[in-house]
Design a protein. Structure first.
Length: 308
């Protein structure tokens, strides 16, 4: 009787709640082909939306923790969970995000898209993400949300930008690598999921993890730092930020040059390494390289049936 209750291993793998790793790899490979076939206008609009979505998550995260008196770790955890709104919108509502698009390398390595197609998509998406982020900076400034809690909301945003432009090159690069390894793993989990609830749950833990750990995401920084650039000119926000930090802030590096050179460049390079090499190339090597048999990677045999 007990033997009859043993579950079929194939049933565990082929549940309708998730795809297997091999199926997920194939889906990501084919998604690269779909992206390469999009019209320029489609890619551009979807990438602008992604920039907006990530900025919504970024402003949400900085806003809800602006007056936090919790332990540092607890505040970081809340920030990460709340920020995941941006990636949830990207994955569920549909948009083109540069960091997730790094997985297009899997389609390229399988020779399903060309070098030109790969670079065209990456370039369009990166520019579109930047435009969407800057649009949100303009809208959030016009909304005067930074005035909330005696300018503490603005002070939090300013401190975030200040810290980011003061990172060393190596720290920004390394944090970018770690960030996009997790972001692309999140994309992997979302592609493996069939239900919206599963996609949302995977975002909360994986994206929450990278934000709480202080890793660097180039598209999020396209909102965080320009927002700080706008607010650094406001004396009330600067005063509130210095009160929050408990010290005088040297904002000399919080400039457009500081944004582009000190942060965005090394973080983008790190994101490429983390997404393209650590996840895309490695998973292609495991699951998609030509001499690998798909069937050899799947669970095949059933337990023998009982004979009465």
């Amino acid at each position: 009787m007990a033997e009859n209750d043993i579950q079929n291993p194939n049933r565990a793998v082929n549940m309708d709640t998730a795809y297997s790793p091999v199926q997920t790899a194939s889906t990501i490979e084919n998604k690269a082909v779909v992206r390469a076939r999009f019209r320029v206008s489609q890619t551009f609009v979807l990438s602008i939306l992604a920039g907006i979505y990530i900025a919504l998550g970024a402003q949400f995260a900085s806003f809800v923790t602006s007056d936090s008196t919790l332990h540092f770790g607890a505040t970081c955890l809340i920030t990460g969970i709340v920020f995941s709104l941006g990636l949830i919108l990207v994955e569920v509502a549909g948009a083109e995000l540069f960091t997730g698009n790094n997985l297009n390398i899997m389609g390229y390595l399988s020779k399903k898209i060309t070098t030109r197609e790969l670079l065209r998509v990456w370039t369009l998406v990166y520019i579109g993400n930047f435009i969407g982020s800057m649009l949100m900076v303009f809208l959030m400034n016009m909304a005067h949300q930074w005035e909330y809690f005696q300018c503490m909301a603005g002070a939090k945003a300013l401190i975030i930008a200040y810290k980011k432009v003061n990172l060393t090159f190596s720290a920004a690069l390394t944090r970018g690598v770690l960030c996009n390894a997790l972001v692309c793993l999140n994309s992997w989990l979302c592609y493996s999921s069939k239900r919206v609830a599963d996609k949302v749950l995977s975002n909360i833990f994986v994206i929450g993890g990278f934000v709480a750990s202080g890793f660097e995401h180039c598209v999020a920084n396209m909102y965080f730092i320009p927002m700080g650039l706008v607010l650094r000119k406001n004396p009330d926000v600067v005063a509130a930020a210095e009160k929050m930090a408990g010290k005088s802030l040297d904002l000399s590096l919080l400039t457009w040059k500081g944004f582009l050179v000190n942060n965005l460049f090394p973080v983008t390079m790190g994101n490429l390494v983390g997404g393209v090499i650590l996840i895309g190339v490695v998973f292609w090597f495991i699951y998609l390289r030509p001499h690998i048999s798909y069937l050899s990677l799947e669970v095949k045999p059933d337990f023998p049936q009982n004979k009465k």
